[in-house]
Design a binder for this molecule. Sequence first.
Ligand code: ASP
Length: 429
Amino acid sequence: MKKLALHWKILIGMVLGIAWGFISIKAGWNEFTTDWVKPWGIIFINLLKLIAVPLILVSLINGISNLTDITKLSRIGLKSISLYIISTVIAISVGLILVNATQPGKLFPENKREAFQEKYQFNIEKSRANSEMVKKQGPLQKIVDIVPDNLFSSMSDNSKMLQVIFFAILFGIAMVMLPTNQIKAVKDVVNSLNEIVLKIIEIIMRAAPYGVFALLGSLIVDVAGEKMDDTLDLFAALGLYALTVILGLLILVVFIYPIFIHFFAKVKYLKFLSGIFPAQLLAFSTSSSAATLPVTMECVEKNLGVSKEVSSFVLPLGATINMDGTSLYQAVAAIFIAHAFGFELTLSMQLTIVLTATLASIGSAAVPGAGMVMLVIVLESIGLPAEGIALIFAVDRPLDMLRTVVNITGDSTISSIVAHSEGKLNHIV
Ligand code: ASP
């Protein structure tokens, strides 16, 4: 019998995990699930995060050192960053148009606002402290943050991926500039390290079906524990808000990316989607583009034919700075909260949202819930209270799962386009 492909196993794991979650709630096994099932999900995510920094480091150094000249690198870099910004602005515009049409915030029951703010006070304080810190910084702080003063401290913190990327690029460039005989030993080592890291990822991925089972099973149990006293209005408002985000994400996947892929990468979109499907499943289950990165890279290289040279540079960068799903969500959420608080938004405020959501999505770490933390910055830029995030907390996790799928789909789209434009897309699909 032919062995079942990994992504089908992951899908089965997801379905069984969700079923397990509901059975646990019905049968009163919540404690068992939290004590004995959830830890396996955490272990799985930890393993993926564990390999993220070594992967970025060796694959970027390997990728760049294989380039023969620096101009090529700066060309690929410029193309990727421009495309990332264009796709982010398109995503935010889609979100803004939709939320202005559906206006879910206007359905929000006034008497519920305070109850929500109280319930989520702790998280609000944390997010606010975060945004205060960002506000105190000067205009160039974002650039200062990219340049580490100690490599080991950057590598010891997963939220400092951009610093690791910076070092890897510098290291790679130095290798390209030196004569081959002087770097041969390091090149061989990096090559072997690359193979080893890829093998480790393969090993981790064998556990993926069980990992996603545990993640989704315990997620259902956790969410059910947070039951709130909903009223019909509240349900309608939150439901319409969630639907608006979902519709926006769908528009990106069903209309925008296909246009990009068709015209600029010359690949059949369905083939593209089936190629990255395993990565999408994992993005959905882990809610983290960083944790999904190893699989995104593998899918894009093996299934779409993007050369390593391009993928090893464009994808790690995209996982950290390109978040189309997150930026769309931030735009919708900001307007939803504004309306729920009774604010009317002017055109200039909406333009401010485009700008700050672009920056906030670039600044969001590729981990679960990061987009919501950065939302505080968008809210404050248009004079809204940070407490606003309390209103959307309850539905954030499922939206996080979906926007992460879109985030990695966007990264894969851009990497295919860059590869095509460089003649580095081997049309195996
Ligand atoms: N979870 C998202 C990601 O990793 C970020 C976010 O929107 O929270 O891509």
